[in-house]
Design a protein around this ligand. Structure first.
Ligand code: AMP
Length: 210
């Protein structure tokens, strides 16, 4: 299965990607996580990306394409992958097509903007592994500590309310047109956000027939 997850920031792509990744035994590739790791390590890509990420803007397409091309060439991607947060623009999707990167389904998780803004306020992210939690909807077993790796949880800089609003504007302008792009290719599957993570997973499994 070669799956793309579409949806606004905070729609639950990362959370559902982790669940589907275990279920299907294929890796999740999150450009957001790759960029955050690069920023933390101060690599050239990280230095280039920092100002965009922190302002809630998109990182230039060529940087993203470089990342994705390298990552998808790794052997663990041979049997499939879940792309979380990429492509995020039509030019990225076109570049991926030109590189021969295949897509079986593009799954869009639909969530209203008001729900997103409220949800992002409670999001906590692991500084070490990128795992995400929510103080109410998906709390870690121990406050402030990542269930997966024991790392410290913090609020992502770009989850600040003003930045979230900027990211939503960018989502509607740059990313939402990808729904029509994949619909035209017969690949689009749409799922409405459900109350709770498990119910959303169930709706996704039904829609994807997995
Ligand atoms: P995410 O963790 O997916 O919400 O991504 C966090 C931030 O990383 C975004 O707000 C962008 O600044 C940047 N980013 C991640 N993926 C992409 C992408 N495919 N294209 C451009 N920027 C991206």
């Amino acid at each position: 299965m070669k799956l793309i997850l579409l949806g606004a920031p905070g729609a639950g792509k990362g959370t559902q990607a982790e669940i589907l990744s275990k279920l299907l035994s294929i890796p999740t590739i999150s450009t957001g996580n790759i960029l955050r790791a690069a920023m933390k390590n101060g690599t050239p890509v990280g230095l280039k990306a920092k100002e965009y990420v922190e302002a809630g803007q998109l990182v230039p397409d060529d940087v993203i394409i470089g990342i994705i091309r390298e990552r998808l060439a790794e052997p663990d991607c041979a049997n499939g992958y879940i792309l979380d947060g990429v492509p995020r623009t039509i030019p990225q999707a076109e570049a991926m097509e030109q590189l021969g990167i295949e897509v079986d389904k593009a799954l869009s998780i639909e969530v209203e903007d008001e729900v997103i803004v409220e949800r992002m306020g409670g999001r906590r992210t692991c500084k070490a592994c990128g795992g995400t939690f929510h103080i109410k909807n998906n709390p870690p077993k121990k406050e402030g500590i990542c269930d997966f790796c024991g790392g410290e949880l913090s609020i992502r800089k770009d989850d600040a309310p003003e930045t979230v609003k900027a990211r939503l504007v960018t989502y509607h302008r740059e990313t939402e047109p990808l729904k029509a792009f994949y619909e035209a290719r017969g690949r689009l599957v749409t799922v409405e956000n459900q109350p709770g993570i498990d119910a959303t997973t169930a709706a996704i499994r039904k829609a994807l027939e997995i």
